[in-house]
Design a binder for this molecule. Structure first.
Ligand code: KIV
Ligand code: NA
Length: 278
């Protein structure tokens, strides 16, 4: 199968062919997502929450992202991979921003980067695009700004806020972003933004009117994620219980001696010389 391109994604929007995106953070998750036919994999900085156990995405470093992106790239060699630029690795001067994005692509092996922010980072986006780096925007609830936003709440409920989000989306498109993520935005506003842009809008907690959807791997699988009970998440499996039960059975087998059995054991014919001297 062939890796999707940003042109193909734009065409999918025109043809109302929904784009499916899931996060992945390592070789097995990426391999399974690719085998399942996912369109795009996002190495989200949500790995800070669901893989590294932090409360927010703020502690995630560029090295964390590069390390996880490399594993994902090995697991999904035919899937378009977007990787998040972590907190404070962009918007801190043009040269640093470019170098950090380049690192994610060259060392990590991503095909594109994602940045949080709207009009305020549009110049950075334009510079990255000019340098040949495909950029995905991310507006609405932007977790790297959680302390500034005052919590994880739905964005765009007030007229003024909604107007700003629409302007941010347009600014990102004008700056050359190939797509944007809209997180935790009311359905009417997300639909309006999707209809106002020619680039694909990927929603998470943004309702039915977007051009595609993204969810976090650990959330949809109930894989030790603290977030799978969120309203906007649909769970498709209970991997957490499956794993816990499997390990409980293993522990019990070790305690009772049911494992290892004869079939797991190697019967040596040879007798060590030392045995004779016992
Ligand atoms: O880090 C992440 O997983 C994300 C998605 C939720 C869009 O940014
Ligand atoms: Na993210």
């Amino acid at each position: 199968r062939k890796r999707l391109t940003i042109t193909a994604m734009k065409k999918m929007k025109q043809e109302r062919n929904a784009i499916s995106v899931v996060t992945a953070y390592d070789y097995p998750s990426a391999k399974l997502a690719e085998e399942a036919g996912i369109d795009v994999i996002l190495v989200g900085d949500s790995l800070g929450n669901v893989v590294l156990g932090y409360d927010t995405t703020i502690p995630v470093t560029i090295d964390d992202i590069v390390y996880h992106t490399r594993a994902v790239a090995r697991g999904a060699q035919h899937t378009f991979i977007v990787a998040d630029m972590p907190f404070m690795t962009y918007g801190i001067g043009r040269e640093s921003t470019l170098r950090n994005a380049a690192k994610i692509m060259q060392e990590g092996g991503a095909q594109a980067v994602k940045l949080e922010g709207g009009a305020d980072i549009a110049e950075d986006v334009a510079a990255l695009v000019k340098a040949g780096i495909p950029v995905m925007g991310h507006i609405g609830l932007t977790p790297q700004s959680v302390h500034q936003l005052g919590g994880y709440k739905v964005q765009g409920k007030l007229d003024q806020e909604a107007e700003r989000l629409l302007q941010d989306a347009k600014a990102l498109e004008e700056a050359g972003a190939f797509s944007i993520v809209l997180e935790l935005v009311t359905e009417p506003l997300a639909t309006l933004i999707s209809e106002s842009l020619s680039i694909p809008v990927i929603g998470i907690g943004a309702g039915r009117g977007c051009d595609g959807q993204v969810l976090v791997y650990h959330d949809i699988l109930q894989y030790a994620s603290p977030y799978f009970e969120k309203k906007f998440v649909k769970t498709y499996a209970d991997i957490g219980s499956t794993i816990r039960h499997a390990i409980e059975s293993y522990v019990a087998d070790v305690k009772t001696g049911a494992f290892p059995g004869e079939e797991h054991s190697f019967q040596a014919q040879a007798k060590p010389a030392a045995v004779d001297s016992l």
